[in-house]
Structure formats: C-alpha cells, structure tokens
Design a protein around this ligand. Structure first.
Ligand code: HEC
Ligand code: HEC
Length: 302
C-alpha cells in the first residue's frame, strides 16, 4: 500500500520535473549564452516534492520538514555556505530516496564511521559538512546550529526502519579504461541538451563542470564514482540506457573539465590508500593511475 502510493508519487514527481526541465530548456533557447551565468537557479522544492506527509507532528515534524527544505533549496536557504549552483538533491536524487541515486536512506545509522579520506572517525555532522565543503563547493555550517539540527533530523527521518550500522550494497563499474574523446561525443549527444554544451547547466538543471560545479575534492570528481551515478541515473529522462563503458567515458570527460579547487586536498587519504581515480596528488602517496583535472583557483568568495 505504502509502496504503491510512493511509486505513484514518484512517477508524478518525475513527470513534473521533466515538464519543468522542458520549460526551462524552451525558455533558455533564445538567450542561452546570456543565461548561462544567472539562469541557473535552485528550483522551488514545493512544486516537485515527493515528501512523505506522514512525518511526525509538532516540533519534531517541523524540524524534519525544515531539514528537507534545506536539502531541496540549499543555495537559496544558506547562500553563504554554498559556492555552486547545486543543491543536496542535485545528487541525492528523489529527495534522498532513490536507490542507486546516492540514496541517503539509512545514512544516519552508519555514523560515527571511520573514513579513509580523512583518516579519522566522522560524525554524521562531519559527513554533512564534507558535502557542503566539497560537493557544494561551499563552507561548513555550525555543527551545533539549528540548520545542522534540522538536516540531521531529516536524515534520521530517512532512516526509519533501517537497523543501526546496516551497510549499503557496494557497487562498482567495470575496470575499463575511459576515453575522454569518446566521452565528449557522448556528452554532446546525450547530456548537453540539458546540462548545456559547456556543462554550465540551465534553469533547474545543475552544471557538471565550471565555476559553479562541485569542486575537485568532491566524490563525484572521482570519475569512477561519477560513472556509477551516471550509469544508473542519467540521462535524467532515460536512465540505465548507457553502457558501463559509455558511462565511464562521459564521466571521465566531465571530470577532466575545469572545476573549483579545494584548499588542503593534499592531506586527503593520510594513510596512503587513495583510490586510483582521485584526480590530485596527496602527501601520503604517489598518484595511482595519475588521473588529473584542471581546476579554477578557489577565490575564497564563498
Ligand atoms: C555533487 C553531488 C553531491 C551533492 C550536491 C551533495 N552530495 Fe552528499 N554525497 C555525494 C557523494 C558522491 C557521496 C558519497 C557516496 C559514497 O561514498 O558512496 C555523498 C555522501 C553523503 C552522505 C553520507 C551517506 C552515507 O551513506 O554514508 C551524506 C549524509 C550526504 N552526502 C549529505 C549531503 C547533504 C546534506 C548535502 C547538501 C548539503 C549533500 N550531501 C550534497 C554527492 C553529493
Ligand atoms: C533531461 C535532462 C537531463 C539530461 C539529458 C541529463 N541530465 Fe544530468 N541531471 C539532470 C537534472 C535535472 C539533475 C539534477 C536532479 C535534481 O536536482 O533533482 C541532473 C544531475 C546530474 C549530475 C549530478 C549533479 C551535478 O550537476 O553535478 C550529474 C553528474 C549529471 N546529471 C550528469 C549527466 C550526464 C553525464 C548526462 C548524459 C549522459 C546527463 N546528466 C543527462 C538533467 C539531465
């Protein structure tokens, strides 16, 4: 019963979203170059929400709903903490519910967690701030403030029924070599109509490279992780249609375009076990696979 209702809501959500995208694309056509910088806006969460209206009443429910709103309209809500055109749900699809779409279901139960990237035990608040700093190319929010309180409460809400410490099924893409020349062709054929020929995004569609994208230290800046996301979720209106080879090629292409830098990235993976698709050298070990990316200087404006 619950599931059926959710499927229907999800289908409606997808349709609404695509209509919004179609409209945005149609409107953008006339003045695409001028719109590139200012045209990318965070969509209003209400029009497309699949949000579960059975959330608790009272102050707890209000906190869940506010956390949800912050993840849906991150940049508009917390402008001084977001240095990109992305919102949390740009990557954590279907409001954090989509399996294979960087689902946030159960994330709350997996922290505290020892993480290799920083070589320390992270709380859920640290993990949220990692995405603010890297994926949103922004700044950490106060770990003990009301915004964090509401975000963590939404993550708690997404973990209903998940046992503490349940791990996600780990997935990977085949170990194929990626080719950026092929990737450029795939991007032009399957992605540019929404993300723009220069990856700049348009209307409700977020950028995939450039000054308003995720920075070089983000999980998606690792092309194998990006490939897995693309394989199962893109093109947005026709997912699961690329081959693993195509997903790797196009992800590698995107991740070798310019994007914001991240100060201090050399200290990542301090114990030296850096994955091969990390696009920058670290102090603890030589580059494995030597994948490189160009970066924009981080100008400290955000
Ligand atoms: C550019 C894409 C992107 C954006 C935007 C983004 N994230 Fe993430 N997020 C990721 C990736 C990639 C991971 C790592 C997934 C993995 O390790 O398998 C992640 C992981 C997480 C996790 C840990 C999940 C787990 O199960 O351990 C949390 C919590 C999280 N993000 C919250 C947020 C929040 C809150 C925001 C907005 C402030 C946000 N993310 C924005 C890409 C993104
Ligand atoms: C029909 C339009 C459409 C097409 C075509 C499309 N995307 Fe997307 N893409 C989206 C939207 C919309 C989102 C954000 C979803 C949200 O905010 O709910 C997104 C998100 C993304 C993200 C994560 C957020 C970001 O911008 O970094 C990546 C990476 C991405 N797409 C890559 C691709 C690639 C690669 C292709 C081609 C294989 C592609 N997309 C084709 C609409 C599209």
């Amino acid at each position: 019963m619950m599931n059926e209702r959710r499927d229907v809501t999800r289908a409606t959500h997808a349709r609404l979203w695509l209509t919004t995208i179609a409209l945005a694309m149609a409107c953008g056509r006339g003045d695409a170059p001028a719109a590139a910088g200012r045209g990318v806006t965070t969509p209003p969460p209400k029009a497309t929400s699949t949000f579960d209206t059975t959330s608790p009443s009272g102050a707890l429910g209000a906190s869940v709903r506010r956390g949800h709103a912050l993840l849906a309209a991150t940049r508009d809500s917390l402008p001084s903490h977001v240095g990109s055109s992305l919102r949390c749900f740009s990557c954590h699809l279907d409001e954090g519910h989509r399996p294979g779409g960087l689902s946030l279901v159960g994330a709350y139960t997996r922290y505290p967690q020892y993480r290799l990237r920083r070589g320390r035990v992270d709380l859920i608040e640290d993990r949220v701030n990692d995405c603010f700093i890297r994926s949103l190319n922004g700044h950490a929010i106060a770990a003990d403030g009301n915004d964090m309180r509401d975000i963590v409460t939404y993550l708690w809400w997404l973990a209903r029924g998940v046992a503490v410490g349940d791990s996600v099924k780990s997935q990977n893409v085949p170990a194929l070599a990626a080719d950026t020349a092929r990737g450029a062709l795939i991007f032009a054929a399957s992605c540019a109509r929404c993300h723009g020929a220069s990856g700049q995004g348009a209307g409700v569609v977020p950028p995939v490279w450039g000054a308003k994208s995720y920075n070089i230290g983000a999980g998606l800046a690792r092309y194998r992780m990006a490939a897995l996301f693309v394989l199962h979720n893109m093109p947005f209106d026709n997912p699961n249609t690329l081959t693993p080879q195509q997903a790797l090629d196009v992800a590698r292409y995107i991740d070798t375009r310019p994007r914001p830098d991240l100060a201090g990235k050399e200290s990542d993976w301090p114990t030296g076990d850096r994955p091969s698709d990390v696009p920058y050298p670290t102090h603890a070990g030589p580059a494995v696979g030597a994948d490189t990316a160009r970066t924009y200087a981080h100008n400290g404006a955000h």
